[in-house]
Design a protein around this ligand. Structure first.
Ligand code: NAP
Length: 488
Protein backbone atom coordinates (compact mmCIF):
# COMPACT_ATOMS: atom_id res chain seq x y z
CA UNK A 1 0.00 0.00 0.00
CA UNK A 2 1.30 3.38 -0.98
CA UNK A 3 0.92 6.26 1.42
CA UNK A 4 3.22 8.72 3.16
CA UNK A 5 3.52 9.77 6.78
CA UNK A 6 4.92 13.05 8.18
CA UNK A 7 7.74 13.05 10.75
CA UNK A 8 5.14 13.63 13.51
CA UNK A 9 3.10 10.59 12.45
CA UNK A 10 0.34 12.22 10.37
CA UNK A 11 -0.77 10.45 7.21
CA UNK A 12 -0.61 12.67 4.13
CA UNK A 13 -3.62 12.90 1.83
CA UNK A 14 -4.38 15.24 -1.08
CA UNK A 15 -7.82 16.80 -0.54
CA UNK A 16 -9.86 18.05 -3.49
CA UNK A 17 -13.08 19.62 -2.15
CA UNK A 18 -14.63 19.66 -5.65
CA UNK A 19 -17.63 21.50 -7.06
CA UNK A 20 -21.27 22.05 -6.09
CA UNK A 21 -22.02 20.06 -2.94
CA UNK A 22 -18.42 18.73 -2.88
CA UNK A 23 -17.04 21.09 -0.21
CA UNK A 24 -19.98 20.30 2.12
CA UNK A 25 -19.67 16.51 1.93
CA UNK A 26 -15.87 16.66 2.08
CA UNK A 27 -16.04 18.91 5.18
CA UNK A 28 -18.37 16.41 6.86
CA UNK A 29 -15.93 13.55 6.23
CA UNK A 30 -12.87 15.53 7.35
CA UNK A 31 -14.63 16.58 10.57
CA UNK A 32 -15.63 12.98 11.39
CA UNK A 33 -12.14 11.61 10.67
CA UNK A 34 -10.67 14.20 13.05
CA UNK A 35 -13.26 13.34 15.70
CA UNK A 36 -12.33 9.67 15.37
CA UNK A 37 -8.78 10.66 16.32
CA UNK A 38 -6.99 9.92 13.03
CA UNK A 39 -4.16 12.35 12.35
CA UNK A 40 -4.10 13.36 8.71
CA UNK A 41 -2.21 16.17 7.01
CA UNK A 42 -4.57 17.31 4.26
CA UNK A 43 -2.93 18.89 1.22
CA UNK A 44 -5.79 20.93 -0.32
CA UNK A 45 -5.84 21.43 -4.09
CA UNK A 46 -8.34 22.28 -6.82
CA UNK A 47 -9.68 20.44 -9.83
CA UNK A 48 -12.86 20.78 -11.88
CA UNK A 49 -15.01 23.78 -12.75
CA UNK A 50 -12.92 26.57 -11.20
CA UNK A 51 -9.86 25.18 -12.97
CA UNK A 52 -11.59 24.89 -16.35
CA UNK A 53 -12.65 28.52 -15.91
CA UNK A 54 -9.00 29.51 -15.30
CA UNK A 55 -8.28 28.17 -18.78
CA UNK A 56 -6.69 24.81 -17.85
CA UNK A 57 -8.28 22.55 -20.51
CA UNK A 58 -7.90 19.31 -18.51
CA UNK A 59 -9.50 20.75 -15.35
CA UNK A 60 -6.57 19.34 -13.35
CA UNK A 61 -3.79 21.87 -12.63
CA UNK A 62 -0.11 20.96 -12.29
CA UNK A 63 0.06 21.65 -8.54
CA UNK A 64 -2.75 19.11 -7.97
CA UNK A 65 -0.93 16.52 -10.09
CA UNK A 66 2.28 17.12 -8.14
CA UNK A 67 0.53 16.80 -4.79
CA UNK A 68 -0.96 13.44 -5.85
CA UNK A 69 2.42 12.22 -7.13
CA UNK A 70 3.75 13.07 -3.71
CA UNK A 71 1.02 11.82 -1.33
CA UNK A 72 -0.28 8.94 -3.53
CA UNK A 73 -3.69 9.17 -1.84
CA UNK A 74 -6.63 11.46 -2.65
CA UNK A 75 -9.98 12.20 -1.04
CA UNK A 76 -12.06 14.15 -3.49
CA UNK A 77 -15.48 15.69 -3.78
CA UNK A 78 -17.39 15.46 -7.08
CA UNK A 79 -16.19 17.55 -10.00
CA UNK A 80 -18.63 19.14 -12.39
CA UNK A 81 -18.10 18.65 -16.10
CA UNK A 82 -19.13 22.04 -17.46
CA UNK A 83 -20.86 22.01 -20.79
CA UNK A 84 -19.37 24.46 -23.26
CA UNK A 85 -15.84 24.66 -21.86
CA UNK A 86 -13.35 21.93 -20.95
CA UNK A 87 -13.51 18.92 -23.19
CA UNK A 88 -13.01 15.85 -21.02
CA UNK A 89 -14.28 15.12 -17.54
CA UNK A 90 -11.65 16.09 -14.93
CA UNK A 91 -12.73 13.00 -12.95
CA UNK A 92 -11.85 10.68 -15.80
CA UNK A 93 -8.61 12.61 -16.41
CA UNK A 94 -7.56 12.10 -12.78
CA UNK A 95 -8.35 8.38 -12.88
CA UNK A 96 -6.42 7.93 -16.13
CA UNK A 97 -3.43 10.16 -15.27
CA UNK A 98 -2.64 7.90 -12.34
CA UNK A 99 -3.74 4.61 -13.95
CA UNK A 100 -6.26 3.83 -11.22
CA UNK A 101 -7.31 0.69 -13.04
CA UNK A 102 -9.74 -0.69 -10.46
CA UNK A 103 -12.95 0.92 -9.26
CA UNK A 104 -14.38 -0.61 -6.07
CA UNK A 105 -18.04 0.03 -5.38
CA UNK A 106 -19.31 -1.65 -2.22
CA UNK A 107 -23.06 -1.89 -1.73
CA UNK A 108 -24.40 -2.79 1.70
CA UNK A 109 -27.96 -2.65 2.93
CA UNK A 110 -28.40 0.00 5.62
CA UNK A 111 -31.21 -0.67 8.07
CA UNK A 112 -33.22 2.51 8.37
CA UNK A 113 -33.04 3.25 4.65
CA UNK A 114 -36.22 1.82 3.22
CA UNK A 115 -35.89 0.31 -0.26
CA UNK A 116 -37.66 -2.37 -2.31
CA UNK A 117 -34.89 -4.73 -1.14
CA UNK A 118 -34.97 -3.96 2.61
CA UNK A 119 -34.39 -7.05 4.73
CA UNK A 120 -32.55 -9.00 2.03
CA UNK A 121 -29.08 -8.31 3.46
CA UNK A 122 -27.40 -7.06 0.27
CA UNK A 123 -23.65 -6.85 0.90
CA UNK A 124 -21.62 -7.03 -2.28
CA UNK A 125 -18.81 -5.22 -3.99
CA UNK A 126 -18.42 -4.48 -7.68
CA UNK A 127 -14.84 -4.44 -8.93
CA UNK A 128 -14.94 -2.53 -12.19
CA UNK A 129 -12.10 -2.09 -14.66
CA UNK A 130 -11.57 1.65 -14.80
CA UNK A 131 -9.33 2.70 -17.69
CA UNK A 132 -9.90 0.44 -20.73
CA UNK A 133 -12.93 -0.70 -22.74
CA UNK A 134 -15.26 1.63 -24.61
CA UNK A 135 -14.66 4.25 -21.90
CA UNK A 136 -11.22 4.97 -23.29
CA UNK A 137 -13.40 7.03 -25.62
CA UNK A 138 -11.52 6.23 -28.86
CA UNK A 139 -14.15 7.15 -31.42
CA UNK A 140 -14.21 7.83 -35.14
CA UNK A 141 -16.88 8.88 -37.59
CA UNK A 142 -16.27 6.23 -40.24
CA UNK A 143 -18.59 7.91 -42.70
CA UNK A 144 -20.84 10.93 -42.07
CA UNK A 145 -23.51 8.45 -40.95
CA UNK A 146 -21.56 5.65 -39.25
CA UNK A 147 -19.77 6.07 -35.90
CA UNK A 148 -17.20 3.72 -34.36
CA UNK A 149 -15.94 3.31 -30.79
CA UNK A 150 -12.95 1.05 -30.19
CA UNK A 151 -13.28 -1.45 -27.34
CA UNK A 152 -9.69 -2.21 -26.42
CA UNK A 153 -9.23 -4.83 -23.71
CA UNK A 154 -5.73 -5.96 -22.77
CA UNK A 155 -4.56 -9.20 -21.17
CA UNK A 156 -2.57 -7.08 -18.72
CA UNK A 157 -5.59 -4.92 -17.82
CA UNK A 158 -7.67 -8.07 -17.25
CA UNK A 159 -5.00 -9.67 -15.09
CA UNK A 160 -4.84 -6.58 -12.86
CA UNK A 161 -8.60 -6.33 -12.35
CA UNK A 162 -9.05 -10.06 -11.78
CA UNK A 163 -6.24 -10.23 -9.22
CA UNK A 164 -7.66 -7.11 -7.54
CA UNK A 165 -11.09 -8.77 -7.34
CA UNK A 166 -9.73 -11.88 -5.65
CA UNK A 167 -7.52 -9.83 -3.31
CA UNK A 168 -10.55 -7.73 -2.31
CA UNK A 169 -12.38 -10.98 -1.52
CA UNK A 170 -9.48 -12.09 0.68
CA UNK A 171 -9.14 -8.71 2.44
CA UNK A 172 -12.87 -8.56 3.17
CA UNK A 173 -13.24 -12.24 4.04
CA UNK A 174 -15.64 -12.84 1.18
CA UNK A 175 -16.13 -16.35 -0.19
CA UNK A 176 -17.48 -15.95 -3.74
CA UNK A 177 -16.21 -14.10 -6.78
CA UNK A 178 -18.22 -13.76 -9.98
CA UNK A 179 -16.85 -12.48 -13.26
CA UNK A 180 -19.66 -11.06 -15.40
CA UNK A 181 -18.88 -10.67 -19.11
CA UNK A 182 -20.49 -10.66 -22.53
CA UNK A 183 -17.95 -13.25 -23.73
CA UNK A 184 -20.66 -15.24 -25.51
CA UNK A 185 -20.90 -12.44 -28.09
CA UNK A 186 -17.60 -10.54 -27.78
CA UNK A 187 -15.40 -13.61 -27.61
CA UNK A 188 -12.15 -11.69 -27.97
CA UNK A 189 -12.60 -8.54 -25.87
CA UNK A 190 -14.97 -9.71 -23.12
CA UNK A 191 -13.60 -13.23 -23.69
CA UNK A 192 -10.12 -12.09 -22.64
CA UNK A 193 -11.51 -11.14 -19.23
CA UNK A 194 -13.35 -14.47 -18.93
CA UNK A 195 -10.28 -16.54 -19.86
CA UNK A 196 -8.00 -14.51 -17.58
CA UNK A 197 -10.49 -14.91 -14.73
CA UNK A 198 -10.72 -18.69 -15.18
CA UNK A 199 -6.94 -18.99 -15.27
CA UNK A 200 -6.23 -16.81 -12.21
CA UNK A 201 -9.12 -18.22 -10.15
CA UNK A 202 -7.02 -21.39 -9.72
CA UNK A 203 -4.60 -19.39 -7.56
CA UNK A 204 -7.43 -18.68 -5.08
CA UNK A 205 -8.74 -22.18 -4.30
CA UNK A 206 -10.44 -21.12 -1.06
CA UNK A 207 -12.75 -18.76 -3.00
CA UNK A 208 -15.67 -20.03 -5.11
CA UNK A 209 -15.37 -18.56 -8.58
CA UNK A 210 -18.08 -18.41 -11.24
CA UNK A 211 -18.32 -16.83 -14.64
CA UNK A 212 -21.75 -15.39 -15.44
CA UNK A 213 -23.05 -13.76 -18.62
CA UNK A 214 -23.53 -10.10 -17.76
CA UNK A 215 -27.17 -9.86 -18.85
CA UNK A 216 -28.02 -12.83 -16.66
CA UNK A 217 -26.03 -11.12 -13.89
CA UNK A 218 -28.29 -8.05 -14.26
CA UNK A 219 -31.33 -10.34 -14.07
CA UNK A 220 -29.99 -12.16 -10.99
CA UNK A 221 -29.08 -8.83 -9.35
CA UNK A 222 -32.65 -7.66 -9.78
CA UNK A 223 -34.03 -10.94 -8.37
CA UNK A 224 -31.46 -12.11 -5.80
CA UNK A 225 -28.81 -9.46 -5.12
CA UNK A 226 -28.07 -10.95 -1.70
CA UNK A 227 -26.49 -14.02 -3.36
CA UNK A 228 -23.57 -12.00 -4.75
CA UNK A 229 -20.32 -11.22 -2.94
CA UNK A 230 -17.70 -9.83 -5.38
CA UNK A 231 -18.43 -9.17 -9.06
CA UNK A 232 -15.63 -8.34 -11.52
CA UNK A 233 -16.59 -6.54 -14.74
CA UNK A 234 -15.24 -4.57 -17.66
CA UNK A 235 -15.58 -0.80 -17.52
CA UNK A 236 -18.96 -0.16 -19.13
CA UNK A 237 -20.75 -3.20 -17.72
CA UNK A 238 -19.41 -2.30 -14.27
CA UNK A 239 -20.50 1.30 -14.62
CA UNK A 240 -24.07 0.36 -15.45
CA UNK A 241 -24.53 -2.49 -12.99
CA UNK A 242 -22.89 -0.67 -10.09
CA UNK A 243 -25.40 2.16 -10.50
CA UNK A 244 -28.16 -0.43 -10.42
CA UNK A 245 -26.81 -1.95 -7.18
CA UNK A 246 -26.39 1.54 -5.63
CA UNK A 247 -30.09 2.07 -6.29
CA UNK A 248 -30.91 -1.16 -4.45
CA UNK A 249 -29.55 0.14 -1.14
CA UNK A 250 -30.95 3.66 -1.24
CA UNK A 251 -29.30 5.53 -4.09
CA UNK A 252 -26.50 7.95 -4.71
CA UNK A 253 -26.54 9.44 -1.21
CA UNK A 254 -25.21 6.09 0.09
CA UNK A 255 -22.76 4.93 -2.59
CA UNK A 256 -19.01 5.18 -1.82
CA UNK A 257 -16.16 4.24 -4.16
CA UNK A 258 -12.41 3.91 -4.48
CA UNK A 259 -10.27 4.10 -7.61
CA UNK A 260 -7.17 1.99 -7.03
CA UNK A 261 -3.95 1.80 -9.03
CA UNK A 262 -0.53 0.35 -8.33
CA UNK A 263 0.76 3.78 -7.23
CA UNK A 264 -2.21 6.01 -6.43
CA UNK A 265 -5.62 5.61 -4.79
CA UNK A 266 -8.42 8.14 -5.34
CA UNK A 267 -11.43 7.98 -3.03
CA UNK A 268 -14.69 9.63 -4.13
CA UNK A 269 -18.43 9.21 -3.72
CA UNK A 270 -20.30 7.90 -6.74
CA UNK A 271 -22.61 10.92 -6.93
CA UNK A 272 -21.93 14.15 -8.79
CA UNK A 273 -21.84 17.78 -7.72
CA UNK A 274 -25.68 18.14 -7.52
CA UNK A 275 -25.33 21.91 -8.17
CA UNK A 276 -28.92 22.76 -7.24
CA UNK A 277 -28.16 21.83 -3.60
CA UNK A 278 -24.77 23.57 -3.40
CA UNK A 279 -24.30 25.67 -0.26
CA UNK A 280 -27.77 24.83 1.11
CA UNK A 281 -26.60 22.51 3.90
CA UNK A 282 -29.22 19.89 2.97
CA UNK A 283 -27.29 17.21 1.12
CA UNK A 284 -26.70 13.68 2.42
CA UNK A 285 -22.95 13.29 3.13
CA UNK A 286 -23.15 9.52 3.85
CA UNK A 287 -21.62 8.45 0.53
CA UNK A 288 -18.55 10.57 1.09
CA UNK A 289 -18.30 9.56 4.75
CA UNK A 290 -18.37 5.87 3.73
CA UNK A 291 -15.80 6.74 1.06
CA UNK A 292 -13.64 8.19 3.83
CA UNK A 293 -14.06 4.88 5.68
CA UNK A 294 -12.55 3.14 2.63
CA UNK A 295 -9.73 5.72 2.66
CA UNK A 296 -9.02 4.98 6.32
CA UNK A 297 -8.73 1.24 5.60
CA UNK A 298 -6.30 2.07 2.80
CA UNK A 299 -4.29 4.07 5.39
CA UNK A 300 -4.41 0.99 7.68
CA UNK A 301 -6.64 2.82 10.18
CA UNK A 302 -8.92 -0.18 10.63
CA UNK A 303 -10.27 0.64 14.11
CA UNK A 304 -11.21 4.22 13.25
CA UNK A 305 -12.80 3.02 9.99
CA UNK A 306 -14.95 0.48 11.84
CA UNK A 307 -15.96 3.04 14.51
CA UNK A 308 -17.09 5.55 11.88
CA UNK A 309 -18.91 2.92 9.82
CA UNK A 310 -20.68 1.62 12.94
CA UNK A 311 -21.66 5.15 13.93
CA UNK A 312 -23.07 5.92 10.46
CA UNK A 313 -25.15 2.72 10.52
CA UNK A 314 -26.24 3.36 14.14
CA UNK A 315 -27.26 6.95 13.34
CA UNK A 316 -29.32 5.87 10.34
CA UNK A 317 -30.87 2.96 12.25
CA UNK A 318 -31.95 5.38 14.99
CA UNK A 319 -33.35 7.68 12.27
CA UNK A 320 -33.61 10.70 14.59
CA UNK A 321 -31.35 13.03 12.65
CA UNK A 322 -31.58 12.40 8.90
CA UNK A 323 -31.23 14.41 5.72
CA UNK A 324 -34.12 15.31 3.42
CA UNK A 325 -33.43 12.64 0.79
CA UNK A 326 -34.24 9.96 3.42
CA UNK A 327 -37.01 11.52 5.53
CA UNK A 328 -38.41 14.27 3.30
CA UNK A 329 -38.30 18.05 3.77
CA UNK A 330 -40.64 18.29 6.77
CA UNK A 331 -38.61 15.97 9.04
CA UNK A 332 -35.16 16.78 7.61
CA UNK A 333 -32.05 17.78 9.51
CA UNK A 334 -29.17 19.70 7.93
CA UNK A 335 -25.96 18.15 6.60
CA UNK A 336 -24.03 19.62 9.53
CA UNK A 337 -26.54 18.39 12.15
CA UNK A 338 -26.37 14.88 10.67
CA UNK A 339 -22.55 15.04 10.68
CA UNK A 340 -22.53 16.14 14.34
CA UNK A 341 -24.90 13.27 15.21
CA UNK A 342 -22.48 10.75 13.67
CA UNK A 343 -19.66 12.30 15.71
CA UNK A 344 -21.80 12.07 18.86
CA UNK A 345 -22.50 8.39 18.11
CA UNK A 346 -18.87 7.34 17.60
CA UNK A 347 -18.39 4.21 19.72
CA UNK A 348 -21.98 2.98 19.25
CA UNK A 349 -22.95 -0.04 17.14
CA UNK A 350 -26.09 -0.69 15.09
CA UNK A 351 -28.33 -3.56 16.20
CA UNK A 352 -29.07 -4.98 12.75
CA UNK A 353 -25.88 -4.51 10.72
CA UNK A 354 -22.54 -6.16 11.24
CA UNK A 355 -19.48 -4.27 10.03
CA UNK A 356 -17.06 -6.64 8.29
CA UNK A 357 -13.59 -7.46 9.55
CA UNK A 358 -11.06 -6.16 7.08
CA UNK A 359 -7.47 -7.17 6.49
CA UNK A 360 -5.00 -5.04 4.52
CA UNK A 361 -5.68 -5.29 0.80
CA UNK A 362 -2.73 -6.77 -1.11
CA UNK A 363 -2.63 -4.90 -4.40
CA UNK A 364 -1.52 -7.02 -7.36
CA UNK A 365 2.09 -6.42 -8.32
CA UNK A 366 2.15 -5.89 -12.06
CA UNK A 367 5.11 -4.40 -13.89
CA UNK A 368 4.47 -0.98 -15.42
CA UNK A 369 6.65 -1.96 -18.40
CA UNK A 370 4.76 -2.52 -21.65
CA UNK A 371 3.30 -6.01 -21.77
CA UNK A 372 4.12 -8.03 -24.86
CA UNK A 373 2.24 -11.30 -25.08
CA UNK A 374 4.31 -13.53 -27.35
CA UNK A 375 2.52 -16.32 -29.24
CA UNK A 376 4.54 -19.34 -30.40
CA UNK A 377 3.43 -18.67 -33.94
CA UNK A 378 1.84 -15.81 -35.80
CA UNK A 379 0.60 -15.61 -39.38
CA UNK A 380 -0.78 -12.57 -41.18
CA UNK A 381 -3.17 -14.07 -43.67
CA UNK A 382 -5.41 -11.29 -44.91
CA UNK A 383 -6.85 -7.84 -44.44
CA UNK A 384 -10.25 -6.21 -43.92
CA UNK A 385 -10.60 -2.98 -45.89
CA UNK A 386 -13.46 -0.77 -44.72
CA UNK A 387 -15.00 1.09 -47.64
CA UNK A 388 -17.55 3.91 -47.87
CA UNK A 389 -19.84 3.63 -50.85
CA UNK A 390 -23.48 3.86 -51.81
CA UNK A 391 -23.03 1.05 -54.33
CA UNK A 392 -25.00 -2.15 -53.70
CA UNK A 393 -23.14 -5.05 -52.09
CA UNK A 394 -23.38 -6.93 -55.37
CA UNK A 395 -21.88 -4.09 -57.42
CA UNK A 396 -19.17 -3.57 -54.82
CA UNK A 397 -18.32 -7.29 -54.62
CA UNK A 398 -17.98 -7.72 -58.36
CA UNK A 399 -15.84 -4.61 -58.72
CA UNK A 400 -13.56 -5.55 -55.78
CA UNK A 401 -13.05 -9.04 -57.22
CA UNK A 402 -11.71 -7.36 -60.34
CA UNK A 403 -9.59 -4.86 -58.40
CA UNK A 404 -8.00 -7.68 -56.38
CA UNK A 405 -6.81 -9.51 -59.49
CA UNK A 406 -3.01 -9.70 -59.48
CA UNK A 407 -2.72 -8.61 -55.80
CA UNK A 408 -2.13 -12.15 -54.52
CA UNK A 409 -5.25 -11.77 -52.35
CA UNK A 410 -8.83 -12.78 -53.05
CA UNK A 411 -12.08 -11.24 -51.85
CA UNK A 412 -13.52 -13.68 -49.29
CA UNK A 413 -16.60 -11.79 -48.14
CA UNK A 414 -18.17 -8.38 -47.64
CA UNK A 415 -20.15 -7.56 -44.53
CA UNK A 416 -22.28 -4.63 -43.47
CA UNK A 417 -22.38 -3.87 -39.73
CA UNK A 418 -21.24 -7.43 -39.01
CA UNK A 419 -23.58 -9.32 -41.38
CA UNK A 420 -22.31 -10.98 -44.56
CA UNK A 421 -23.84 -9.39 -47.65
CA UNK A 422 -21.51 -10.70 -50.38
CA UNK A 423 -21.45 -13.21 -51.90
CA UNK A 424 -25.24 -12.96 -51.53
CA UNK A 425 -26.71 -15.11 -48.76
CA UNK A 426 -30.40 -14.67 -49.59
CA UNK A 427 -30.91 -12.84 -46.27
CA UNK A 428 -32.67 -9.48 -46.12
CA UNK A 429 -30.08 -7.06 -44.75
CA UNK A 430 -30.54 -3.31 -44.45
CA UNK A 431 -27.22 -1.85 -45.66
CA UNK A 432 -25.51 1.44 -44.82
CA UNK A 433 -22.61 3.06 -46.70
CA UNK A 434 -19.94 1.24 -44.64
CA UNK A 435 -18.71 -2.13 -45.87
CA UNK A 436 -16.00 -4.38 -44.40
CA UNK A 437 -14.33 -6.11 -47.34
CA UNK A 438 -12.33 -9.19 -46.36
CA UNK A 439 -9.36 -10.21 -48.49
CA UNK A 440 -7.35 -13.36 -47.73
CA UNK A 441 -4.49 -15.36 -49.18
CA UNK A 442 -5.79 -17.99 -51.59
CA UNK A 443 -4.05 -20.83 -49.70
CA UNK A 444 -3.72 -21.81 -46.04
CA UNK A 445 0.04 -21.25 -46.21
CA UNK A 446 2.26 -18.18 -46.37
CA UNK A 447 2.13 -14.62 -45.04
CA UNK A 448 0.51 -11.54 -46.45
CA UNK A 449 3.08 -8.79 -46.98
CA UNK A 450 2.63 -5.09 -46.32
CA UNK A 451 3.48 -4.45 -49.98
CA UNK A 452 0.58 -6.69 -51.03
CA UNK A 453 -1.82 -4.84 -48.74
CA UNK A 454 -0.53 -1.43 -49.87
CA UNK A 455 -0.91 -2.39 -53.54
CA UNK A 456 -4.45 -3.64 -52.99
CA UNK A 457 -5.49 -0.58 -50.97
CA UNK A 458 -4.07 1.74 -53.60
CA UNK A 459 -6.15 0.07 -56.28
CA UNK A 460 -9.30 0.16 -54.13
CA UNK A 461 -8.60 3.80 -53.20
CA UNK A 462 -8.64 4.74 -56.91
CA UNK A 463 -12.32 3.87 -57.00
CA UNK A 464 -13.67 3.99 -53.44
CA UNK A 465 -13.01 5.94 -50.26
CA UNK A 466 -11.57 3.53 -47.72
CA UNK A 467 -11.42 4.60 -44.06
CA UNK A 468 -9.60 1.89 -42.17
CA UNK A 469 -7.77 -1.41 -42.40
CA UNK A 470 -7.60 -4.37 -40.03
CA UNK A 471 -4.91 -6.97 -40.54
CA UNK A 472 -6.18 -10.53 -40.18
CA UNK A 473 -3.80 -12.69 -38.18
CA UNK A 474 -3.69 -16.16 -36.65
CA UNK A 475 -1.99 -16.56 -33.29
CA UNK A 476 -0.88 -20.10 -32.42
CA UNK A 477 -3.09 -21.34 -35.25
CA UNK A 478 -6.27 -19.69 -33.94
CA UNK A 479 -7.92 -16.85 -35.85
CA UNK A 480 -7.37 -13.44 -34.25
CA UNK A 481 -10.55 -12.03 -35.81
CA UNK A 482 -14.22 -12.87 -35.83
CA UNK A 483 -16.34 -13.92 -38.77
CA UNK A 484 -19.32 -11.85 -39.80
CA UNK A 485 -22.79 -13.36 -39.34
CA UNK A 486 -23.32 -15.77 -42.20
CA UNK A 487 -19.63 -15.99 -43.17
CA UNK A 488 -18.20 -19.50 -43.68
P1 NAP B 1 -25.61 14.20 -9.38
O1 NAP B 1 -24.81 15.39 -9.06
O2 NAP B 1 -25.15 12.93 -8.79
O3 NAP B 1 -27.10 14.50 -8.90
C1 NAP B 1 -28.22 13.83 -9.40
C2 NAP B 1 -29.29 13.74 -8.33
O4 NAP B 1 -28.95 12.69 -7.41
C3 NAP B 1 -29.46 14.97 -7.45
O5 NAP B 1 -30.21 15.96 -8.05
C4 NAP B 1 -30.11 14.34 -6.23
O6 NAP B 1 -31.43 13.89 -6.53
C5 NAP B 1 -29.33 13.05 -6.10
N1 NAP B 1 -28.12 13.17 -5.27
C6 NAP B 1 -26.83 13.24 -5.69
N2 NAP B 1 -26.01 13.27 -4.65
C7 NAP B 1 -26.77 13.23 -3.55
C8 NAP B 1 -26.49 13.26 -2.16
N3 NAP B 1 -25.24 13.31 -1.69
N4 NAP B 1 -27.53 13.22 -1.32
C9 NAP B 1 -28.79 13.16 -1.77
N5 NAP B 1 -29.11 13.12 -3.06
C10 NAP B 1 -28.12 13.16 -3.94
O7 NAP B 1 -25.72 13.97 -10.96
P2 NAP B 1 -25.86 15.04 -12.16
O8 NAP B 1 -26.86 16.08 -11.76
O9 NAP B 1 -26.09 14.23 -13.35
O10 NAP B 1 -24.42 15.69 -12.29
C11 NAP B 1 -24.06 16.99 -11.80
C12 NAP B 1 -22.59 17.24 -12.14
O11 NAP B 1 -21.77 16.28 -11.45
C13 NAP B 1 -22.28 17.07 -13.64
O12 NAP B 1 -21.41 18.10 -14.03
C14 NAP B 1 -21.60 15.72 -13.72
O13 NAP B 1 -20.69 15.66 -14.80
C15 NAP B 1 -20.87 15.66 -12.38
N6 NAP B 1 -20.57 14.30 -11.88
C16 NAP B 1 -19.40 14.13 -11.23
C17 NAP B 1 -19.07 12.90 -10.69
C18 NAP B 1 -17.76 12.74 -9.96
O14 NAP B 1 -17.15 13.72 -9.62
N7 NAP B 1 -17.30 11.52 -9.70
C19 NAP B 1 -19.97 11.83 -10.79
C20 NAP B 1 -21.19 12.03 -11.45
C21 NAP B 1 -21.49 13.29 -12.00
P3 NAP B 1 -32.79 14.73 -6.33
O15 NAP B 1 -32.76 15.77 -7.39
O16 NAP B 1 -33.85 13.68 -6.60
O17 NAP B 1 -32.82 15.26 -4.95
Amino acid sequence: MSFKTTSDGKKRVTLIPGDGIGPEVVDAAVKIIAAAGVKIEWDRHDAGESVFKRGVPSGVPQDTIESIRDTRVVLKGPLGTPIGYGEKSANVTLRKLFETYGNLRPVKEISGVKTAYSGRGIDLIIVRENVEDLYAGIEYMQTPGVAECLKLISRKGCEKIVRLGFEVARAENRKKVHCATKANIMKMTEGTLKRTFEEIAKEYPEITSNHIIVDNCAHQLALRPETFDVIIMTNMNGDILSDLTSGQIGGLGFAPSANLGSDVAIFEAVHGSAPKYAGKNVINPTALILTAVMLLRHLQEFDAAARIENSVFYTIEQGKVMTRDVVGDAAASSTTAYTDEIIKNLGKKPAKIHVRDYKPLKLPVVSSAPDFVKPKSRRDMGVDVFVETNASSDQLGKSLEKLAEGSGLKLKAISNRGTKVYSPTGAITDCVDHYACRFVLPSAEGQVTDAQIAGLVQKIGGQYRWMHLEKLAEFDGAPGYTKSQGED
